[in-house]
Ligand binder design. Structure first.
Ligand code: NAD
Ligand code: ZN
Length: 346
């Protein structure tokens, strides 16, 4: 369940007091500690006791070493099955905290309080938790739902613009795959800064929640949420591997450009509509220089993608703005064309 918090966090206090957890752990990172934790603690009922678990910020922390440290701390602090983990942070914290909570003692309860746009509109919803392994993203994880998601959009006021723009890519994706009106509203914004995106957060969250509700196990329609992510994840991994990390949403924006063009190459969407989408994405996102990546390096990652079986690469592709279909198996030739297209649009 998604709840938008008032300025006193009263819904959160009611929830915590009502459930009487044996212990409450707040997982956060250094930046969120500085910018958001004081707001949360300033509003928390004085009767509520808690422990703070803090990790360094960044995707590099989303690994089994950090998970192990957190499992050990929970053990040392004698967290039992009635304990609660509050994940206060961006997608790294909600993915990591959800994973640690859902595996510790075969699963304890957790709630998400997302503090980035990306975690509000995407990562905190849908029950996917996980960590990275080697340079592969989200290789180990669970499907586990938070007890609740509490959203306080004002947390975005301290988030750097680049991070807001990264989360905006997931909002655009929600419009593209499911809601043309949402897409139209978002693409009218001159700049995706925190102030202008806040009024659109709820619609975007509702779209994701609705898709997940229809297909929690990702057997069919949930796959449409992967639009832009097949190539996007490969780009994200390669940039990281080359010591030039880009934000998730920036990679997904590049992935959406490639996969929109792929939708056109497959005859699913008109040239005109694909042009409108690609122009909008180009307006918001800087071009990522993927000229150093060979097609083979991209394919090596695509074949390792969890969504693929055999040597077939599955894509979710657009059939128009606001509509997406899944399980398209594109040929290597088409994918190479889409990568070439991206390399040449700069
Ligand atoms: P993040 O958690 O690393 O946060 C981005 C940066 O913003 C960090 O430096 C963080 O410390 C800082 N920050 C967070 N809130 C802040 C605030 N209010 N003010 C100032 N600074 C703040 O990254 P993210 O973009 O939120 O999430 C990316 C992660 O989410 C990736 O690991 C990705 O795989 C995952 N993800 C998961 C799902 C899912 O369904 N589980 C979906 C999409 C993305
Ligand atoms: Zn994403």
């Amino acid at each position: 369940m998604i709840t938008f918090l008032d300025d006193h966090f009263s819904q959160l206090n009611d929830f915590l007091l009502e459930k009487s957890f044996s212990k409450i752990f707040i997982l956060t990172d250094e930046n969120v500690h500085e910018y958001c934790l004081p707001v949360l603690l300033g509003n928390l009922d004085t009767d509520i006791a808690f422990e703070i678990l803090e990790i360094e910020p960044g995707e590099e922390m989303k690994n089994v070493q950090t998970a192990n440290q957190l499992w050990e701390i929970l053990t040392e602090m004698q967290a039992d099955r009635q304990a609660l983990v509050i994940n206060l942070g961006g997608g790294v914290i909600t993915d990591m905290g959800g994973f640690v909570a859902s595996t510790y003692k075969r699963g304890i309860r957790f709630i998400n309080i997302p503090t980035t746009l990306l975690s509000m509109c995407d990562a905190s919803i849908g029950g996917k938790t996980g960590i990275d392994l080697m340079h592969y993203k989200n290789m180990v994880g669970t499907f586990s739902f938070p007890e609740q998601i509490f959203v306080y959009p004002k947390f975005l006021e301290t988030l750097p613009f680049k991070e807001v723009r990264s989360g905006f890519a997931e909002m655009l994706k929600h419009g593209l795959i499911a809601d043309k009106i949402h897409w139209n509203e978002l693409t009218q914004l001159p700049k995706p800064d925190s102030e202008s995106v806040i009024p659109h957060i709820q619609t975007s969250m509702d779209i994701k929640q609705e898709v997940v509700n229809k297909d929690f196990q990702e057997k069919n329609i949930r796959k449409t949420l992967n639009f832009g992510h097949t190539i996007g994840h490969a780009v994200e991994s390669l940039c990281l591997e080359q010591g030039n990390p880009v934000l998730h949403g920036e990679a997904v924006a590049a992935g959406m450009i490639c996969e929109t063009h792929l939708s056109y190459l497959e005859g699913l969407i008109s040239e005109e509509e694909s042009g409108i989408i690609i122009d909008a994405l180009k307006k918001y996102y800087p071009y990522l220089d993927i000229s150093d990546f060979s097609d083979d390096a991209v394919f090596a990652l695509l074949f390792n993608d969890k969504k693929n079986t055999d040597r077939k690469i599955n894509f979710s592709l657009l059939t128009s703005i606001g509509s997406c279909n899944f399980d398209y198996q594109c040929s290597e030739k088409m994918i190479r064309k889409a990568l070439k297209f991206y390399r040449e649009i700069n």
